[in-house]
Design a protein around this ligand. Structure first.
Ligand SMILES: NC(=O)c1ccc[n+]([C@@H]2O[C@H](COP(=O)([O-])OP(=O)(O)OC[C@H]3O[C@@H](n4cnc5c(N)ncnc54)[C@H](O)[C@@H]3O)[C@@H](O)[C@H]2O)c1
Length: 260
């Protein structure tokens, strides 16, 4: 029987690499080690050099711009992928953003514009990108789409605020997309990762106190790291998870199972 964790001969798109701490960078490295050829994106010129430096560690990567808030850039990205890969087997979505004000004040003070931006970049982007890449996956007879979420979608974490609302909408979007695209053999899932110190996490006031809660209370009495999320990602992207869709997989040292 073929290795269910192999991605040999597969082409993947990874959106959300900012630096070497990015969860999506760990997934990119694991996917490349499993045999996949990858495209990485950068949202702005400020991050282009970072992403190009990291991509240089991969074999024959494609590097392309994509601000996920732009329909034009999403369409251009899909055209680039079609030209370079002639189709697509998997897509990892790790873009998230909320204006700093929204992550340091009481949720009740959330502004209309902050709400709009957070939901646009962190949630709608999964829908828009999925619509753009689905025809490329159809060319391959199916595909696997994976996004990253946090348990702040279900429970209150101080200062997570509108990002929790965005993640709730993201998890719901996973189920609706899975329903729409299942007949085309395209699967859509999410990993709900435990708290990890990354650039995005640094934007949440008081984040380090959340890390200690995992060490004190999670069944495994520790937090998780990027490589552990990546190992589960490879399972979900590959053949091993061919019957799994519409699912939110908790990779959080068991923290979600606890009451107090
Ligand atoms: N770090 C954690 O504790 C944790 C836990 C659970 C889920 N997540 C989720 O994992 C994902 C990756 O985050 P991370 O923690 O690796 O941090 P990160 O900062 O490395 O990744 C977030 C990415 O979003 C990108 N982004 C922001 N605005 C964008 C835009 N307009 N267009 C395109 N890209 C844009 C950033 O460039 C960055 O690469 C996010 O969805 C995050 O919410 C993180």
């Amino acid at each position: 029987m073929s290795d269910p964790t192999s991605l040999t001969g597969k082409h993947g798109l990874i959106v959300g690499v900012a630096n070497k701490r990015s969860i999506t960078w760990a997934i990119a490295q694991a996917a490349a080690a499993a045999g996949a050829r990858l495209a990485l994106t950068y949202p702005s010129q400020r991050l282009e050099e970072n992403v190009r430096e990291l991509a240089a560690k991969l074999e024959n990567p494609v590097v392309a711009p994509c601000d996920v808030a732009s329909d034009e850039q999403i369409a251009a990205l899909a055209a680039t992928l079609d030209a370079e890969f002639g189709g697509l087997d998997f897509f990892v979505h790790g873009a998230a953003f909320a204006p700093p004000f929204e992550l340091s004040n009481p949720f009740v003070q959330t502004t209309r514009e902050g709400f709009r931006i957070a939901l646009d970049v962190s949630t709608y982007s999964l829908v828009g990108l999925t619509r753009a890449v689905a025809p490329l996956m159809e060319k391959r007879g199916g595909g696997s789409i994976l996004t990253l979420t946090y348990i702040g979608s279900q429970r209150v974490f101080t200062n997570y605020n509108v990002m929790g609302v965005a993640k709730a909408a993201l998890e719901s979007s996973v189920r609706y997309l899975a329903s729409d695209l299942g007949p085309k053999n395209i699967r859509v899932n999410a990993i709900s990762a435990g708290a990890i110190k990354t650039l995005a996490a640094a934007g949440i006031s008081g984040f380090s106190s959340i890390l200690q809660v995992y060490r004190d209370r999670a069944p495994l009495r520790r937090g998780v790291d990027q490589s552990e999320v990546a190992d589960t990602a490879i399972f979900l992207l590959g053949k091993g998870a061919r019957a799994v869709t519409g699912e939110i997989v908790m990779v959080d040292a068991g923290y979600h199972a606890m009451g107090l």
